[in-house]
Design a protein around this ligand. Sequence first.
Ligand code: HEM
Length: 500
Amino acid sequence: MHSTTLSLLVGIATIFLFYVLRTPKLRRNGQPLRRPPNTLPLVGNGILFLQDRHKLFSWFVKCEQQFGFETFQISVPSLPPGVVINDPENLEYVFKNEGIFTKGDFFKRRSWDLFGNGIINADGDLWKVQRKAGLNFLSNANLKVLTDVALPEYLDRTIRDLQEKDAGSIVDLEEVLHELTTQIMGQMAYNMNIHNSDPFSKSFDFASGATGKRFQNPLWQITEIFLGREFRESVARVKAFGSMLVANAVEARKVEQNAESKTSFGQVSGSLINSLLDSIDDQEMVADAALNYLSAGRDTTAQALTWTFYLLMRNPAIAEAARKDVSDYVGPLNGSSGSQTRVIFDSAKLHSTALPYIAAIFYEALRLYPPVPFELKQCGKATTLPDGTFLPKDAVLLWCTWAMNRSRLIWGDDADEFKPERWLENGSLVSKTAFEYPVFNGGPRTCLGKKMAESVAIQVIATLVLKFDFEPIDRKERVSKNSLTLPMEGGLPCRVSSHR
Ligand code: HEM
C-alpha cells in the first residue's frame, strides 16, 4: 500500500479511536473533576476494572483515603462518563431523588438475563406492584411467625445436624447458613422445600458471578460470544426453576380453592408468591419477581452471617462476650444443653433492650463486609450534586459501600477494626443514617427485608454462639468471590464442637 494512503488510514483510525474512547470531562463549579492517579490515557480505568474484585475493593478504599468526600471521575472506554461519590451528603441527595437517579440502561443491560422484570431491575408501575407484594409478605404479623415459629424450627434442624457431626470434623459454615436461609425463604415465600444443594442454587451462583463480571468488563458482549456458554446454560436453569415455582403455586391455589390450606406455617407459607400472582397477570413476570426475591432474601442474609462468624472466629474475646450476653439474657432455664434449646427474644425490642451486643456484632460485620458492596445509578436527566458536581444525562454514579464503610471520616481512625462497641452507647444501639451506612440502601428503594434479615441474623448468631465453639482451620484472610453480592471464596471451612 502506498505510504501516503497508509498514513491517512492510520490518522483516520486514530481520530476515530480518540472520539470513541475518550470520556468527556465532568466538572464541579467549572473545574474538571480529579481522577485517580493511575488513570491511563485513552483506556482510563478500564484495565483496573478487569482485576479480581477484592483488589478492586482495595483500590476504592485507597481512592477514598486519598479523595475523602471529594467526588472524583472514573472512565472506562465506550461507557458513559462516571463519578464515584463518598460524601454522605451527596448520597442523601441520590436517595431522595429517585426520579433523577434511575436503575438505567447501563445496569439493566447487564443484569437483564438474570433478573429480567424482577424488582431489582424494575422501575415505575412494575416496581410498585412488586414492592407492594413484598410488603404484604414482610408484614409484622408474618415476621412474627418467622421469628417465633419458622426460624426456631429450622434452626433446631441446623443444631441437630451440627451436633451429629463427628467431633473435630470440618464443616463449611457458609454452606450450613445458606441451607438455613434457603429453607426459610423457600417455605415462607413459596411454600416449597428448597435446598442449597439443588442444581438451581449452583446455577444461580454461577450466573450471579458472570453477571457481576459484566460490570467490570466493558467488552462482555464480545467475550461472552466465545466464553458465555456456561452462563447461558445457568440462566436457562434458573429461569426453568422460576417457572416451576410459579406452576407449583398455581397448582396449589387450585387445590386450596376446595380445601383449607394445610401448609406448615399457616397462611404465611407461600404468601409472597400468592401476593405476586394476585397482582401480576403475566406468569413469566411473576417468575422473575419470585427469583429476585429469593436471591435478595437468602443470599444476602447467609453471606452476612458467614462473614459475622468469620469475624467472631478471628476475635475470640468478642465471641466470648457475645456468649455471656446471650446467657445473661436467656437465663438459667434456657441453658445451652439439650438439642431443642431456642433463644427466644422479643424482636420488637431489638433496638433497645434485647441483645444489643449481638445486634452490634451483626451491624459491625455488615459494615466491614456489606453483602451489596457496590451500587450504581444512572442519571435520567442532568443534575448537580450538593457539592456542585454537574452530571449530564446518562452519567453513571457509583458508590462503593465497602469503601464508605471503611472511611476514617465517617468511622474514625479505627475504621478498619472489628469493634462492635462502636454501635453501643450506654448499652443501647446507636443508629446511623442510610447515607452514612448504606448497607441496606436508602430512600424509596431501601431494602424491604431489613427487619427480616436482622431478626433472622440475631436469632441465629445468639443461638449458635451459645451452643457451639467454632474454630477456623487456618488464619488465612478470606476474600469474596465474583458475584453481585458477597459470597466467600472457598466457603468457610471450620471445626465445630458443642460448647460445654
Ligand atoms: C443482610 C441482609 C441484607 C442486605 C445487606 C440487603 C441489602 C439490600 C440492598 C443494598 C438493596 C438495594 C439493591 C439495589 O439497589 O438494587 C436491597 C434491596 C432489596 N432487598 Fe435487601 N438486603 C438484605 C436482606 C434482604 C431480605 C431478607 C429480603 C427479603 C426478602 C430483602 C429484600 C430486598 C428487596 C425486595 C429489595 C429491592 C427493593 C426495591 O428495589 O424496592 N433483602 N437489599
